[in-house]
Ligand binder design. Structure first.
Ligand code: NG1
Ligand code: ZN
Length: 533
């Protein structure tokens, strides 16, 4: 086999312009957009190979999420809507880094290793965020797809979770939904309206929400929800600057709000009013409000996870069906949230390494698996067993109305949830549904537990990979002795907890610390950071 066109295309249209290697990390490739043309072309090639190997549709999403506007990135989506399987990440890295003249050879190597049939006319769905660099990068991806005779399907500007949804719809023969934007909006808003019923407000819950679109795709797409939901939920949108303004994620968006612990610019401050922010590709969500004394209150991924898990537990009990429910977090979850879930809600909690793929994977162990990163990325997945039992119960005339209705409600919740990946807008509709059902305002939600003050720091070192960890990154293995030092530092503070790990997306070591007071958390973080240097 020979793939001359691949080389010719590469040489003439997408030559490798950067000498240094890049690595397919937790969020795919991510760097300055100007350095990504050839990487995109090669990911187009790899997507076709992966699709032929899996005999399914593969997705390619062009985005750099919460990162600044001049950055961009790319991630591949597997047929079940999951991130590219870890075993192929090394191939992605290899494809990105070989010379143009080694591309043919690399393609032959992977075909041989996996015995890939090279005849199927596979579909590759391509989506992009609103970055000015995205259209030309999408074209590079599609050139790669065409060079290996795959069929690119261009979805244009979409959110990351929309792209995951399209991939799953196509691979399940539309059982999951229609693989169109319209199909996505109708599925989510239809379920939301059913759950809300005739009364839009309830108790302290008011159907008004301030929404920060981060000047990105989340602002563009919320308009369809505003239109379809009307007065059911009054979403007031802010931060919808025109494409190319440079304002994407700038002093707004979910990452800014969570990491700066600050109210975003562009959203009016109204005391005690519920607000939310999404990030640049709308797969993360953060809630917050300002109190009457200008005090800022943050409701992060841990808060959403606990609200959701607690509610699902209640409804599940009403159905009388025996299904196991579990919650998955990472080491970054606030200790107070873990305590609350395990002790108060009595829902089993698992801790896994940072990165959505690890959370998603672990959540598959439960009939109902809730997972969230503290930064606001998360979703809920339901096993086939859970879905079957719920469908049976919803149709069963021999059980009580209460049980039947609870099963129906859970089925509607499943339709509201984007099970394929964390989806800011779907998560927002879910949170709104739960607050409405409980008749709660945002303060009542916040009352569940009090966050332990915490501090996240970045430390730049010569080689971040000298730090290795175990036990879901909570324990440091190398350099030898570092863990003992962290332990003795943390022991000095009330409720002290700290860990260090190399970042998977930036060339830094991250230091996390929490303790009973703000001062102690800061001190502990600084102390541990000094030991890392
Ligand atoms: P790294 O850079 O590996 O810490 C960051 C986030 C993750 C995840 C990924 C992918 C923190 C501490 N880490 O990973 O949660 O979202 O980016 O975007 O927020
Ligand atoms: Zn994102």
């Amino acid at each position: 086999n020979s793939y001359r066109t691949v080389y010719a295309f590469a040489r003439e249209m997408h030559p490798k312009t950067v000498k240094t290697d890049i690595q397919y990390g937790t969020a795919g490739f991510r760097t300055k957009a100007t350095n990504l043309g050839y990487v995109m072309y090669r990911m187009g090639l790899l997507a076709v190979l992966r699709a032929r190997y899996k005999r399914g549709v593969i997705g390619v999403m062009i985005t750099a999420s919460h990162n600044p506007e001049p950055d961009n990135g790319v991630k591949l989506v597997d047929p079940k809507g999951e991130m590219l399987d870890q075993s192929w990440e090394k191939w992605a890295t290899k494809f990105a880094n070989v010379g143009d003249d080694q591309l043919e050879e690399t393609i032959n190597e992977i075909i041989k290793e996996y015995d890939i049939p090279m005849t199927d006319r596979v579909e590759i769905v391509v989506g992009k965020d609103t970055r000015p660099s995205s259209p030309s990068l999408a074209k590079s991806v599609m050139d790669g797809v065409l060079a290996l005779a795959g069929k690119p399907i261009d979805y244009g500007i979409v959110t990351t979770p929309q792209l995951h949804y399209f991939v799953v719809c196509k691979n399940t023969n539309r059982q999951y939904g229609e693989p169109t934007e319209d199909g996505y909006y109708k599925k989510l808003t239809g379920a939301f309206k059913k759950l809300r019923g005739e009364t839009y407000t309830n108790g302290n819950y008011k159907n008004r929400l301030l929404y920060d679109g981060a000047n990105g795709v989340g602002a563009k797409k919320i308009k369809y929800f505003q239109e379809l939901l009307g007065n059911t939920l009054k979403i007031e949108m802010f931060n919808d600057a025109i494409i190319g303004s440079g304002k994407l994620n700038y002093m707004c968006g979910a990452d800014y709000v969570k990491s700066q612990q600050k109210f975003p610019t562009g959203v009016p401050v109204e005391p005690n009013v519920r607000c939310c922010s999404v990030d640049g590709d709308a797969d993360r969500l953060i809630y917050y409000y300002m109190d009457e004394n200008n005090g800022f209150h943050l409701m992060d991924g841990d808060r959403m996870a606990t609200l959701i898990a607690g509610y699902l537990k209640e409804v599940l009990e009403e159905t009388g069906i025996d299904l196991n429910l579990g919650l998955v977090q990472t080491a970054y979850a606030n200790g107070a949230s873990t305590d609350y879930i395990a002790k108060k809600l009595q829902v089993p909690v698992a801790c896994v390494s940072t990165g959505v793929k690890h959370l998603h994977h672990k959540a598959l162990d439960y009939d109902i698996g809730v997972y969230f990163e503290a930064n606001g990325h998360g979703t809920i997945i339901f096993s086939t067993n859970a879905k079957e039992k719920l469908r049976e119960a919803a149709k069963n005339n021999t059980i009580s109305d209460e049980r039947r209705l609870a099963a129906e409600a859970l089925l509607n919740l499943i339709d509201l949830i984007n099970e394929t990946v964390g989806d800011a807008i779907s998560d927002m509709l879910l949170i709104e549904t739960i607050l409405h059902a409980k008749g709660w305002d945002i303060q009542q939600w916040e009352d569940a537990y009090t966050d332990l003050p915490n501090r996240l720091m970045k430390v730049t070192v010569q080689d971040r990979n000298v730090i290795t960890t175990t036990d879901a990154e909570r324990v440091c293995v190398t350099p030898e002795g570092l863990q003992a030092e962290i332990d003795s530092a943390a022991a000095k503070y009330k409720k002290g907890r700290s860990f260090v790990r190399p970042s998977g997306t930036e060339d830094v070591v991250r230091v996390y610390a929490e303790a009973a007071t703000r001062e102690e958390a800061d001190e502990l973080a600084v102390e541990v950071a000094k030991k890392v240097h």
